[in-house]
Ligand binder design. Structure first.
Ligand code: ATR
Length: 272
């Protein structure tokens, strides 16, 4: 019997996940298919009870990543801390919830810069949903310190609380987006996680000169090189877009479902 998987979101038509996962299933000769399901927020509860009957697992995207938690039986600690689930495993009607978004970003950074997280100081610009999942994941990856700068200080504090929910003694510092850090020279990795430059009509002002040139810089925006990355490059930093983030969050979901190592090169090609 063909196993069925999918992605739920509202909207969901833009998602490239079906191409990526179907290519992975084909490569490993797994009899499975992956589809898009547009689920309106008001219908989430009703739809989840239907999906439980015929999907072996599914991805969750905006706006359901937090709301889906109500229907999960066993929540992974990272997903619980970040209050975000993007991958559901359906084991005979029992639902397991995971967040692979942070893992995806971690792998993308490791591969792009040959970067090890152990003992490092990481700076996030922004405090939205994607940053929440990533900050919790990075704290677990044994980095030394996380700093979060955001326009709304309360949202940065919320991310700090999420990290402390999982690791109470972890060193976290928060500030407003234009704050000057005393320890800027100790930052090893900068993650740009705001939507400011998404539409191409606004720009983040950032004092790259206060940071080391061997600090590396990734933007969560994945489909083009942002002015932020151009600024980092002009300062001599190594940079990368977030394009591989999507690939590795998907690869991890694929592995949770199939228990096979994901064929990442085939999945990457399918995304492109
Ligand atoms: P996602 O869930 O995709 O990460 P989000 O939750 O909408 O997106 O988060 C967007 C991020 O961009 C937030 O950090 C937001 O800052 P606030 O917490 O202050 O809202 C940030 N952001 C959006 N527009 C911004 C702007 N014009 N200037 C500065 N920060 C901005």
């Amino acid at each position: 019997m063909t196993l069925r998987y999918g992605i739920i979101g509202w909207p969901v038509a833009h998602s490239k996940s079906p191409e990526m996962h179907n290519a992975g299933f084909k490569e490993l000769k797994i009899d499975a298919c992956y589809e898009r399901f547009a689920v309106e927020p008001v219908n989430l509860a009703k739809q989840v009870s239907v999906f439980k009957e015929f999907l072996s697992g599914w991805n969750v995207t905006v706006p359901h990543k937090t709301a889906i938690i109500d229907f999960i039986d066993v929540l992974d600690p990272v997903a619980e801390a970040a209050q975000s689930v993007n991958t559901v495993v359906n084991s005979g009607g029992k639902l397991y919830g995971y967040s692979t978004d942070g893992y995806g970003l971690q792998r993308a950074v490791e591969e792009a810069f040959n970067f090890s997280f152990v003992g490092k100081h990481i700076l996030f610009i922004g405090a939205g949903g994607a940053v929440q999942a990533a900050a919790v994941q990075f704290a677990q990856a044994n980095c030394r310190k996380i700093t979060i700068l955001n326009r709304t200080l309360e949202n940065a504090q919320k991310v700090a609380a999420m990290i402390h929910h999982l690791l109470p003694n972890f060193e976290v510092s928060v500030g407003c987006i234009e704050a000057e850090l005393d320890d800027a020279k100790s930052v090893d990795l900068i993650i740009q996680g705001t939507s400011v430059e998404l539409k191409g009509d606004a720009k983040i002002e950032f004092a790259f000169e206060k940071y080391r040139k061997d600090c590396v810089c990734m933007d969560m925006i994945y489909n083009f090189e942002t002015p932020f990355l151009e600024g980092a490059k002009a300062h001599g930093m190594q940079t990368a877009t977030g394009s591989e983030m999507l690939l590795y969050q998907g690869a991890k979901a694929f592995e949770l479902w199939t228990k096979f190592k994901a064929p990442v090169s085939v999945m990457r090609e399918a995304l492109l």
